[in-house]
Design a protein around this ligand. Structure first.
Ligand code: SF4
Length: 345
């Protein structure tokens, strides 16, 4: 089991709930970043990261923290002075990349700042920026990716930092999985898992789901980020869907729907999508089924809390697989959504 690490008002590792992370896409000191942070917080983001590109960004954490009640992580590339400034500015965690953090002196400075503030550091190694020493020694593989991170971890420990989170991401799910399996054998620090540069939403979600799902099924991973070239709100939605699919815990309402077949006599797919939109953001665990036919639908979706199955002229609302109410097709949406409203707070 991994070690527990406290980040602001949450704890990750040691069997704690898997935390969902995302990253703001606007300049940290901008109003847009603040607005985005609030939206991500409301959507259920547990830890939110911001790039720190200058001292204005480093100072912005305090202001953002007044609007959101989740830990904020400062993402540092190249300049250790910005890490120190971000800690002073109110960041709850610092992320450094071993491939570009620079000298041992820089690490020493960061270590002194985080120890004084009592905040953790994520050592985040990426396939695209592995330290040259390890690339030369191993080539671009899981060992280079993981050892690059582990060297930085050892340096932080040398300067007295033991609240550490590790990530070893690649853009290939296969390399990502191998790197995390390797690093999980070498350290008991909690692991932040995900695929980096995964791509646009469709492909990116698939790559992340494959890697994150595989790792979580193997008991590896304490916090996840589904990196996507898309609105970060989509990352939160995807992360929750992956965690629900893995069965870690229910991350809110879930719609199950049949693929339909020749027995289907209504627009089941459109209805399922509408239902998903209706339930978007509902945190209460609720399994809702939208099924193509009354003959097989209710039975096949017996494990759903509530569901609807379409017929030629009418639809059947069912509860735990048992018929509850027959409604006219044209009233189906209003009737079903009224029943759903009764189930959610
Ligand atoms: S529930 Fe009915 S429509 Fe849907 S796949 Fe099964 S048999 Fe076909």
């Amino acid at each position: 089991m991994s070690k527990k690490v406290r980040i602001g008002n949450i704890t990750i590792g040691g069997g704690e709930r898997i935390a969902v992370q995302s990253m703001a896409t606007f300049k940290t000191s901008s109003e847009k970043a603040l607005t985005q942070a609030v939206a991500l917080y409301r959507a259920g983001c547990d830890i939110l990261r911001f790039s720190v590109t200058d001292f204005e960004d480093a100072k912005a954490f305090g202001k953002i923290k007044k609007s959101v009640n989740i830990p904020l992580c400062a993402d540092i590339h190249f300049d250790c002075r910005l890490a120190v400034a971000a800690v002073k500015g109110g960041a709850d965690k610092i992320r450094i990349n071993p491939g570009n953090v620079g000298s041992e002196n820089g690490i020493k400075e960061i270590a002194a700042a985080v120890k004084a503030a009592g905040i953790p550091v994520r050592v985040g190694s990426n396939g695209g920026s592995i330290e040259k020493e390890f690339l030369d020694k191993y080539g671009k593989n899981e060992i280079a990716l993981a050892e690059s991170a582990l060297k930085e971890v050892a340096l932080l420990e040398k300067y007295g930092v033991y609240d550490i989170v590790v990530s070893v991401k690649a853009s290939s799910p296969a390399l990502t999985v191998k790197a995390y399996e390797y690093v999980a054998k070498k350290t008991d620090y909690p692991l932040h898992i995900g695929v980096t540069e995964a791509g646009t939403e469709y492909n990116g979600v698939i790559k992340n789901a494959v890697a994150i799902g595989t790792l979580l099924f193997r008991g590896i991973g304490d916090t996840i980020r589904v990196s996507l070239s898309a609105d970060p709100l989509r990352e939160i939605k995807a992360a929750k869907a992956i965690l629900s699919a893995v069965g870690k815990e229910s991350y809110g309402a879930e719609v199950i729907a049949c693929p339909t077949c020749g027995r289907c006599e209504w627009d089941c797919m459109a209805f399922a999508e509408k239902t998903e939109r209706f339930l978007d953001g509902v945190r209460k665990p609720l399994k809702v089924a939208v099924m193509g036919c009354v003959v097989n639908g209710p039975g096949e979706a017996r494990d759903a809390d509530i569901g609807i199955a379409g017929g030629k002229d009418c639809c059947m609302i069912f509860v735990k697989g048992e018929p509850y109410k027959k409604v006219k097709k044209e009233d189906a949406e209003a009737e079903f959504f009224a029943e759903l409203k009764k189930c959610i707070p």
